[in-house]
Design a binder for this molecule. Structure first.
Ligand SMILES: Nc1ncnc2c1ncn2[C@@H]1O[C@H](COP(=O)(O)OP(=O)(O)OP(=O)(O)O)[C@@H](O)[C@H]1O
Ligand SMILES: [Mg+2]
Length: 225
């Protein structure tokens, strides 16, 4: 049996708010992702999906538990190593997109290539090709505030894929776009997986659930299925 690419062991995340009020955003969550597979996470609003995704992507640290990436505990890996890994091997589509407001679409999409040894011309050519794929070639010079919500989301999708990462973490990547654009994203994700890569997708979309090899359902901070 092949070792999992990514493994969560008894992950919990608690937030302590004022007045000692504690939120158990995630409780005792364990799961694994095999290389080359697609995992979709579903569940009601507030059930802990984004919290779990952030921990798996190494963006946040668990209160207790471990995330193992290729067998290494990412909360113990020194930050420089983790940052390098993230930049090269991971593509993230945030629920709120997190585009750089002062950069246009092309520059946003080209951003993950800064750490590559490509020239700026090559980076922009690659970013443009991704923008074309998501149907936004004619919005390349728009700033995020000059884009619609769905266009911003597609810029975020293009940015997550531009450096050909190993794993994509996507939080509701089609929540704001129409069926035609969602079909394009689905197609991109399928091609990504067919290249032997792995995806973790938070989504309520039936299409994105149906495409998954594994489905995880969350409720009140716990994995229930
Ligand atoms: N920084 C924080 N401080 C306090 N509570 C938080 C914080 N972040 C998340 N929570 C709480 O943790 C719970 C899980 O949040 P999370 O964002 O993971 O939910 P979600 O399943 O992604 O929901 P949605 O579908 O609405 O995006 C929620 O009840 C939320 O209010
Ligand atoms: Mg969320």
């Amino acid at each position: 049996m092949t070792a999992p690419l990514l493994q969560a062991i008894n992950l919990s995340k608690r937030y302590v708010l004022s007045g000692n009020h504690t939120v158990h955003a995630l409780q005792d969550a364990s799961m694994e992702l095999t290389q080359g597979s697609w995992l979709t996470i579903t569940g009601p609003s507030g059930s802990g999906k984004s919290t779990l995704l952030a921990l798996l992507a190494g963006l946040d640290r668990p209160t207790t538990g471990e995330v193992l990436l290729d067998g290494t505990n990412i909360s113990q890996a020194n930050d420089v190593r983790l940052a390098r890994y993230r930049k090269k091997k991971i593509g993230i589509i945030f629920q709120e997109y997190h585009l750089f407001e002062e950069l246009n679409s092309l520059e946003n999409v080209a951003m993950p290539l800064v750490v590559s040894n490509m020239t700026i011309k090559q980076r922009h050519a690659q970013a443009m090709s991704l923008l074309e794929t998501v149907g936004l070639a004619d919005r390349a010079t728009h700033l995020p505030r000059q884009l619609s919500g769905g266009e911003r989301q597609r810029v975020a999708v293009a940015r997550a894929l531009v450096h050909d990462p190993e794993i994509i973490f996507a939080d509701e990547p089609t929540s704001n776009i129409d069926q035609k654009a969602a079909d394009k994203v689905l197609h991109l994700f399928h091609s990504f997986k067919n290249a032997g890569k792995s995806l973790i997708v938070v989504s309520h979309s039936k299409q994105l659930s149906a495409a998954a090899d594994t489905l995880i359902q969350m409720e009140s901070g716990r994995i229930v299925l």
